[in-house]
Design a protein around this ligand. Sequence first.
Ligand SMILES: [Zn+2]
Length: 275
Amino acid sequence: MDVSIIEEKENSVRFLLKGTTHSYANALRRAMLAEVPAMAIEDVIIIENTSVLYDEVMAHRLGLIPLKTDLDAYVLPEECDCKSELGCSKCRASFTLEAEAVDEPVMVYSSDLKPESDVTPVSGNIPIVKLGPRQRLKLELYARLGRGIEHAKWQPVSACAYKYLPKVILNSENLANPEEVIRICPTDVYARDPESKIVVRDEMACTLCMDCVAKAVPVDSKKSPPVKIEGDETAYVFYVESTGALPPRRVVTEAGKVLEKKATSLNDLVRKGLE
Ligand SMILES: [Zn+2]
């Protein structure tokens, strides 16, 4: 198996995973979505809430705010030695939130959350609630690590998908309508060319939609087809977009660790069963 990064940005990564199977690629995708832990607000103590939002709705909204997660500093509550329901400094991060509108309406943002540790919201611009005149909000909040399998608020990725590595085989000499093929492609795989009229501009952009194959008219139907698209079933192009909780590269490596741990524990169980 071989991994190469195609494009890496602050909150997303596109990489090529070569020499593997469909089942491994899907297991990796599912591990990123459902198994890699991230921080999210889980308990909200409502001291005062005279806003128009019900306490439950307020707590739900707060839970969905992505928080910067330090996986090296915190452990999952079920793996913490404290074994306490309230948690300790290793498995819990706390915040307070106090806001009040006096005469004018006030919008409460995620930047109004006052962290009591280094866990902070990914963005300070997330609206929580609009307070009308004389409405008040006073809350105590507790965040903990969790997994997407339990609730989507713990998912560290906002997008995680893969496709087969596309292969575009263009036989431009046998293509009667290059303009039509260029136009129909939704991801602009093809471009105009003064000599051969059409060239493959960006093979990687192909989504294997096959629109070009359906539209391409051959000059001579006895010759090899003008456009042929194939997907390499041993190579996968992944796109992972982080919510900002973790760097995207870390999400991928953590998912790999999760799979390794699962495989080891299965191996141990099988071995024990055979003894
Ligand atoms: Zn603890």
